[in-house]
Design a protein around this ligand. Sequence first.
Ligand code: COA
Length: 446
Amino acid sequence: MKVNMPTVAFKGSYTVKPSEPTWIGSMGLSEWDQTSCLTHVPVIYFYLPPGSWLSPPTAIADTLKHSLSRALVPFYPLAGRLQWIGHGRLLLHCNAAGARFIEAECDSNLDDLVDSSLSFQPSELHPSVDYSLPIDELPLCLVQLTRFKCGGLGISIAISHAVVDGPAAFHFISEWARLARDEPLQVTPFLDRSVFRAAQPPLARAPPSLDDYPQYGRLPLLVGQWDNLEEREKKTTKTMLKISKSQMEQLKKMGGGFSRYETISGHMWRTACKARGLKMEQPTSLVIVVDSRSRMRPQLPREFFGTATFDVIAQSVVGDLLPKPLGFAARKVREAVQKVTDEYVRSGIELLKSQKDLTKFQDIHKEGPPFLGNPNFEVVSWLTLPMDGFDFGWGKEVSMGLGSHMLDGNSVLLPSPEGDGSVVVALCFQVDHMDAFKKHFYEDMI
Ligand code: COA
């Protein structure tokens, strides 16, 4: 991974509105939309377009803006704006206010910055979002086109997680790319979010309790500490760790029959405990993001365009996790994921609906996001997400990068772009513990 810091000059900022009239009105957001991550998640794709696309110099920007404007017709919620309606609740105004399109130039060559591997990319290459502005002024979709000296380009797309989750965001990008290639829309987004609204009247059973949903309570603190303020302040660093196909097979053998996600997240959870030097009596939680589309009854279509991802928690103590084999941690992960049934999801919605104020469940506020760092950990899977291979007309990307929005204890599993069965782990961890993490991560695979 290359790490040279580029200088980026901003050349223009435009509003791109839907190319045709769209439905105008207020769309109620689901309880999932309004909790957990409400900020924008940026991803960047790098391209080396052929010479025919470089002249006139406006050809690429015009193609992107024009196709974005067409994409915002079927995906019109992304052209809207959010509004606070009190008690930490949000409404989505589908008002065709539009997406933001930024053009920039970078004084580096693409080669100086990326190779074919996945990388973290500096914030200058991603659209910046000023969360101190009123929320109804923030576009829900921002795009930054950055041209490099060599003719290469970066397209960073930042989409509000308050409006859609990862699977939906990648669906949007893939359809936008099709429109840019002058191909028709392949899969129309499913826009009805009512399935994730609380039942009226509430379901006829005992009211859900916060005890059944530890993800909405307080995660464990370091033994001997009363809050996590000190841990939040600690300096973090990011890295990409590769798990080769043979290492993956070895890990799976050690786990004893679990999926790649269960195996890797179990391994990382144990590694984090070891690297942090946690005491044996330390309780620790692992946060898992589960896509509920296939777990609802009836199942939700894959093209459900909203937030259907749901956080669950695996819990243990270091004195169990470390001495016991990897299969113990992997089983904890499986049991947590298996909790996500139609009934559990619906009760969770009732529970959130019954909360007076949702502010404490949201990451957008100054008080800080829910802290998933030391002694806890989060593993998000993008292993099965259609997150790459986006051709806007000048060929597929040469590489992909992530934004730098991750915090201590956040990690994402991605399929390796080499397509050789290896897996890449994007990790943010405290500087003081990162070397130990890398050491144990690889040493304990054998
Ligand atoms: N394409 C290819 N393979 C798929 C697949 C798909 N659409 N869906 C599932 N599989 C495979 C998985 O890769 C896994 O095989 P593996 O062990 O070789 O990796 C197997 O089928 C079982 O998958 P699953 O039932 O999903 O369990 P899991 O333990 O692999 O993953 C979760 C558990 C909770 C991570 C996963 O079910 C999930 O929800 N992923 C999406 C998370 C998400 O939305 N992330 C974005 C957040 S914004």
